[in-house]
Design a protein around this ligand. Structure first.
Ligand code: ADP
Ligand code: MG
Length: 488
């Protein structure tokens, strides 16, 4: 072999070796990155762990905080608000009633017609629209003018048929934010939650604000009750089944209410009601306990929210937040590796991943996880390998499992407080009414919640606890409550 040929051959060998070395380095690097992201998910999963022993501590803490919140004003993070609702609708109500419901994401308007018997409940004309986002940080005037305008349109559409006698229309205002009531038909806003920020409204009478806007439009509508959404849900539950004593909402936010004995409401001595009980709006979104499995992602979400240090429980279990917890874990993965490619900066945008997408990814049963790929593509992130998509499903599962299990612990806490957890007395049939988009539409959330409730209560006691889903329960139930409050 000539000298030139030898030189060529050795150059080729050197080149081949360096290509191989580069490939090996790449493979090692990519394996290291993969290990890093797997480690991130594993650490997150450990941080979210909620075994039944831990849940039992949460149950106890919930019951203790309920006692404290009933004992004195400001005695607990749970406000345990009086609602002045003591007689729930029993089926004898008659007439036509309206409800306007301001939720966290949607507002709804509906009309119900009641025929004086339980079986005669006719829900007519349900309208449901997303709340225009600019309203959430507008002014009280803009918000209430918008609601009055929407109601006017609703009423114009019905023509004369449902109000032929020209009687004043009676309306429930279902309001899903904390209110301090002075009676069933009025109360002032304590604070905003779920991303709403109209600070001038805090301390104002909410029913009066709506009534004023309706009057300005010349509408002959009377705001007869101001009703928390959970109380509406309880009313509908009770109307159909008087064993319903607890109602919980899992929608954009989360909250619960229940029927309490008036003598247990120690902070309000001498409270007399004909039934001897009153519905208490717990505002459980603000519940906190050191037993809650909180991660660094939850801490950051809270710090960067519009209401830091507030609504800690809600931020772990409600629809507004689950998507953003998932997003934060993905963001960290993308920061520590390039597994999502160059477009991963989209994950820096707060709330870009909605909980609807989380459930769609979680419940994707295609073998190649095509739904996950589609959702990522819609966010501008393409070509994410299957194994990474599988990790994303895992994150959705971890977040939702924790949420479902904590939600169950919350419910069991209420059952404990009212002696329906099988510890103190013979178990009685107890119905828990549940509503809200997260519960109604996210099967895995619902299943995790129900599974954990059985784990906590045990098979025997769980047989007496019936969890009943109620679509649009809070709006329909509020209209029923107006009917019963005007007839009592
Ligand atoms: P609101 O909170 O305005 O009363 P809903 O009770 O309908 O309204 O809840 C809406 C919330 O429920 C959404 O913001 C979302 O977080 C959650 N949600 C709705 N649909 C789904 C779904 N398919 N999967 C998971 N969560 C959902
Ligand atoms: Mg709601």
């Amino acid at each position: 072999m000539g000298k030139v040929a030898v030189a060529f051959a050795s150059a080729a060998v050197v080149a081949a070796c360096s290509v191989a070395a580069v490939m090996v380095r790449r493979r090692v690097k990519s394996r290291r990155k993969w290990r890093t992201v797997v480690e991130i998910v594993k650490e997150f999963e450990e941080g979210c762990d909620a075994p039944v022993g831990r849940l039992r501590h949460v149950v106890d803490a919930m019951a203790v905080e309920m006692h404290a919140g009933l004992a004195s004003e400001g005695g607990s993070k749970l406000k345990m608000l009086l609602t002045y609702v003591h007689d729930l609708p029993n089926g004898t109500e008659k007439g036509t009633y309206y409800a306007l419901h301001l939720g966290g994401t949607y507002f709804r308007i509906l009309r119900v017609h009641l025929g004086g018997e339980r079986s005669y409940l006719d829900v007519q004309d349900v309208e449901r629209h997303p709340i225009p986002s600019h309203l959430m940080n507008s002014t009280s005037e803009v918000l209430f003018n918008f609601l009055a305008f929407s109601l006017e349109r609703f009423i114009q559409k019905e023509g004369n048929e449902s109000n032929s006698q020209g009687v004043k229309r009676e309306l429930a205002f279902t309001f899903s934010f904390p209110v301090k009531h002075t009676c069933i038909s009025s109360g002032v806003l304590i604070k905003w939650t779920k991303g709403f920020e109209i600070s001038e409204m805090v301390g104002k009478d909410i029913a009066e604000c709506l009534q004023g806007a309706l009057n300005r439009r010349g509408l002959d509508i009377h705001v007869a009750a101001l009703v928390n959404d959970t109380v509406g849900a309880l009313s509908l539950g009770y109307y159909h089944d008087p064993d319903t004593v607890v109602a919980v909402v899992f929608g954009t936010g989360s909250n619960a209410c229940y029927l309490e004995r008036t003598d247990a409401i120690i902070k309000c001595q001498g409270l007399l009601t004909t039934s001897g009980s009153m519905v208490v709006n717990m505002e459980w979104g603000n519940f906190w306990s050191s037993h809650l499995p909180r991660t660094a992602y939850d801490i950051d979400l809270d710090a960067e929210s519009s209401n830091p240090n507030d609504m800690g429980f809600e931020k772990m279990i409600a629809g507004l937040y689950l998507g953003d917890i998932v997003r934060r874990v993905i963001l960290r993965m993308s920061q520590e590796s390039d597994i999502f490619g160059p477009s991963s900066s989209v994950f820096s945008q707060p709330y870009v991943l909605r909980t609807n997408s989380v459930s769609a990814m979680h419940e994707d049963d295609t073998p190649e996880l095509q739904e996950v790929a589609r959702i990522l593509k819609d966010l501008g992130v393409s070509d994410v390998p299957l194994k990474v998509r599988k990790l994303m499903v895992k994150i959705c599962d971890v977040v939702t499992r924790r949420a479902g299990r904590l939600a169950a612990a919350g419910i069991a806490g209420i059952l404990k407080k009212i002696g329906r957890d099988g510890e103190m007395q013979m178990q009685r049939r107890t119905v828990v009414g549940v509503e809200g988009g997260l519960y109604m539409k996210y099967t895995m959330f619902r299943e995790y919640m129900e599974e954990a409730l059985v784990e906590i209560l045990g098979e025997e006691v769980s047989q007496y606890v019936v969890v009943k889903a109620m679509e649009d329960g809070s709006s329909i139930g509020s209209a029923l409550l107006v009917a019963s409050s005007l007839q009592s």
